[in-house]
Design a protein around this ligand. Sequence first.
Ligand code: PRX
Length: 632
Amino acid sequence: MDLRIRSFEQYQHDYSKSITQPDLFWDGIASTFKWKKKWNSVVEWNFNDPKIEWFKGGQLNITENLLDRHLEKDGNKIAFHWEANHPNDISKSITYRELYHEVCKLANGLKSLGVKKGDRVCIYMPMVLESVVSILACARIGAVHSIIFAGFSSNALEDRIIDAKAKVVITADGLNRGDKKVDLKSMVDIAIETCSSIENVIVLNCLNSSPTVVSKRDIDYHHLIESQKNECEAEIMDAEDMLFILYTSGSTGKPKGVVHTCGGYMVYTSYSFQNVFQYEENDVFWCTADIGWITGHSYIVYGPLLSGATSVIFEGIPTYPDGGRFWQIIDKYKVNQFYTAPTAIRSLMSFDENLVTKQDLSSLKLIGSVGEPINEEAWNWYYEKIGKSNCPLIDTWWQTETGGVMLSGLGGISPMKATYAGYPLPGIDPVLLDNEGKEIHEADTEGYLCIKFPWPSMLRTTYGDHERCKNTYFSNYNGYYFTGDGAKRDENGMFRIIGRVDDVINVSGHRFGTAEIEDAINKNKYAIESAVVGYPHTIKGQGIYAYVVIGNIEGDEQEIINSISESVSKFIGKIAKPDKIQLVKGLPKTRSGKIMRRILRKIAEGELSNFGDTSTLLDPSLIEDIIKGVKG
Ligand code: PRX
C-alpha cells in the first residue's frame, strides 16, 4: 500500500492533521494493513505510569503483512539481494515467495522444539539471509526475538539471555567480517553455561568450521528445517503483544531490554520507511546497518518488507577489500536509496577519490544518514561526491526506543539544511525544554529534546522492569518522553541534534553507557576505580577515554593498559574498547564523593584550563597529576 506524501504542502497538511486529530490520522494509515480483527481504540495513553496502547483490541500477525500480503502480486519479486563479504564470493537473491517458505519452515522447526507464543528467542547471527528468516520465523509463531549484535562478547550475550530468559538461541558457527573470521558458536557455548533457560541452540553453518556440538541441545539449522512443511499458520497476536526486545545502553546500570509491540511498530515502520526514503515500487533500497541494531530491525527487515520493497543486505564491511566496496555494491544492484552512518562516510572520505569516481552511482535517488550527528565536512562530501549534488540527503534522528525515524526530511520533498535532521514526521510532537522543564517556544533556540505525544512505534516498557522505563524516560520531565538528547531548533522550526546530555556515548554510531564500560574496567584485577568519558574523534564521532585508578602497582604500564582494554573486550565486546586509557592516582571528586566528570571531559577534549568552579573539589592536586599524564 502506497503511503507516500508527495509534496511539502501535503506534509504540512498531514502533519497538522496528525497533531490535531491523531486518532483519525493513524486510523487511516493503520487501515491499509491486514488485520485479523479491527481495533477498538486508536490510542490510549498516559506518560505517568507510563501506559501506551495503540490499536487496542486489534489482532494481526506482522508476517502476514510483510509476506503473505505480497505473494499474489509480488511473489516473484526480489525481497533481498544478499551480497557476500568478498566480491568474488557468491551472492544470492531471494524472492518474497521463497522468503515466505523459508520463514514457514523455520517457524515449524521452532514449534517442533516446543517454542510457543511469548517465548523469547535470542538471535546472535551474521549478516546473512537466515538472520532475516529467523526474525520472521519468531514473529510468525508469536515468539519474541531478542537480537544481540554479533560483535558483543559472550559475557554480554549471557547477560542479555539471562535477562530475557530466552529458551532458544539461533546462531552460526561463525561469521566473515572483512579479512577476519569470528567464531560465534563457542561464544554462545560459554555464554549459556550459566543460562538455565536455554533448551536448544540452532546453529547455521556459515564457515564450514566444525563447531563443538552438545548432543540434544545443539541442532543444525538446515537439519531442523529440511523436513518441515513450507506453510505455517500465522499466530494471532494482539496489537499490544510483544514483537521483540532489543537491548540498549543507558546512563546507568546494565543495558535494558527495550520492548516493541506488534501493531504500532508495524504501522510506523512501514509509514516512515515509505515517506522518509520516498521509496517507489521497483526501487532498490540499501541500509548498511547491522541487523543487531534498531536501524537493521526497522529499515532492513520490517519497514522495507512491509512495503514490499527490494533491499540489499551486505555481509561485510565498507573497507574490505578496499574503501570502494560500498560504491561498487551500489552500482552492482543499481541502488536507489542508500542509508548509512556518518562514521562510515568519515572513514571512506579518507580513501583515494578514484574509488568513488570510477563508479557510476547514477542510480542513486536519495542518500541518508543515521546514528550520530553528521558534521558539515562529512555532509558536504557525502552530498557532493556520492549524491553528485543532485540527491536529497536526509539526516534521520531516532533511537532504539522510538522504533522508527522521528526527525528527518522526507527525501526530495522537505527543505534540506546541512547537519540538520529537519522536521518531525507526521505524528511526532517534539518540544525543547529548559533547565526548569518548561517548554521553550522561541525560534532559534536550544534545549532538552522531549516528545509530547505518543507515536505508534514507541517503546512500551523495558523488559522485566517497568519502573526502570518510567525512571529513565518519563520521570525527568513530567508528562514528556525524554530522549536523552539536546537539540537546537532554527527560526524555521528545523531541528539539529547536538548530542546526548546524559552519560551515554555514541562511538561510531554504537551506543554505550559510560557506567557500563566502567563496570567492565572495574572487574580488571589492576583497577580500583574508573571514570569513562567521550571525546571528539575525527572518524568515530566520539572516542572513549578511560581514567583508571590503579593504586601503587609496580609493573609495565602498557601491560596494565592492555589488560584493562581486554577486560572491556571480555565483558562487553571489542567495539567498546577505550581509545585512550590513562592510569591515574585518583579521580577528581567533590567532598560528597561525586566524580567531577565535567573536568574529566574537558581534559579528554584537550582543554587543560578553565575548569569553571572547582571549589567543591576534595583534592585539587589530582587535576595537576591527571593533566601531566594526559593521553594525546
Ligand atoms: O544521540 C542520538 C543518536 O543516537 C542515539 C540513539 O542511539 P540508538 O538507540 O543506538 O539508535 C541509533 C539509530 C537510530 C540518539 O539518542 N542519533 C541517532 N540518530 C542521530 C543521532 N544523533 C544525531 N543525528 C542523528 N541523525
